[in-house]
Design a protein around this ligand. Sequence first.
Ligand SMILES: NC(=O)c1ccc[n+]([C@@H]2O[C@H](COP(=O)([O-])OP(=O)(O)OC[C@H]3O[C@@H](n4cnc5c(N)ncnc54)[C@H](O)[C@@H]3O)[C@@H](O)[C@H]2O)c1
Ligand SMILES: [Zn+2]
Ligand SMILES: [Zn+2]
Length: 365
Amino acid sequence: MQVKAAVAHVPGKMVIENVELAAPKATEVCVRILAAGVCHTDSAGLNAVVPVTFPAIFGHEGVGVVESVGVGVDTLAPGDRVILSFPSCGHCKYCIGGQPYACDELNRLFFDGSYKDGTRRFSKDGEDISSFFGQGSFADHVVVDARNAVKVDVSDEDLVKLCSLGCGVQTGAGAVLNTLVPRPGSTLAVFGCGGVGMAAIMAAKIRGCSRIFAVDVVPSRLELARECGATDLINGKEVDAVAAIKELTGGGCNYSVECTGVPMLINQALSCLCRLGRCCLVSVTGDAEVPIALEPQLMNPSVSLIGVTEGGANPQTFIPQLVHFFKEGRLPVDKLVKFYKFDDIDTAFEDSHAGVTIKPILLMD
Ligand SMILES: NC(=O)c1ccc[n+]([C@@H]2O[C@H](COP(=O)([O-])OP(=O)(O)OC[C@H]3O[C@@H](n4cnc5c(N)ncnc54)[C@H](O)[C@@H]3O)[C@@H](O)[C@H]2O)c1
Ligand SMILES: [Zn+2]
Ligand SMILES: [Zn+2]
């Protein structure tokens, strides 16, 4: 079928045009996209910071309605509302063990743009086009594997606000709820109050942390962080964040999450911890070489540094939990979003880059 999509023929530039979309194969479904969030990893892909095969269609926070299903798909049916998330092979020992975020095929399935069988679904004039994260949801229809389409029970009005549950929110909330799992009453610092960091703050509140430090350099983001659950706001441009956290906690906090994408800040996220503290790194920083003083920062204070992809989540079980928290008013991700017409995709990317909008969402109609 012919679909409308934002195609990057070369790095750095997208053009909205008609392309061909193949029918779903076995284990796959075709989804009519209602909306798609813009994540920083889309920019990383568009600018070839991660290994993408061009031409490519970006977008990996799609939501929509199932239109048709491939042979053998028995978990989804036409008409189902779905949140699309990251792909995984389903066969490696990590996928079988319920840890698809550690899938052996992650790099190829996320970035290269091919599906599990190595082929692609979009094309134009006989040339294959990659689908970022097995989605390519900057398009009015996509084909995805049923593994990365999560059925949810929400109205269309809510569904379009929940795009980032598929990546950004899952990443930040999951770093806290799945990876760090803070004890109620403990203290936690979040570096970077973008979509990922705000979700980490909301999750820390859900876990009952007693002090939640929000560190950013943009005053309006810090104010919003308070609405999301932060108890202490720290402007990293004006004060020494590490000294402030150590003073306010009497020696350092128990947990930290690094969500700025600024490589050197990992040192602050480690240094603000007390002994036995644990830091979760979720930022995508390219291949920057960041010096970490292993003995004084990690070994001596018995501090752990944990890297995690996609919030250590199994989307099929974690996204419904996040939807439940949203319905209860405990995960107010609607505070982060601003809607854009699909045709204004370049403005949405610019506003995200400039820090004007935390979570731009493209509406396909
Ligand atoms: N691990 C994963 O699976 C995964 C998934 C999604 C996103 N990410 C990555 O997570 C990171 C955060 O994503 P996002 O969408 O929230 O990004 P964002 O750009 O919206 O947020 C980053 C925040 O950091 C703040 N910041 C910048 N410099 C700072 C400094 N010196 N001190 C304090 N704060 C500073 C910015 O003001 C901004 O609010 C990105 O690197 C993104 O690529 C990782
Ligand atoms: Zn796998
Ligand atoms: Zn993402």
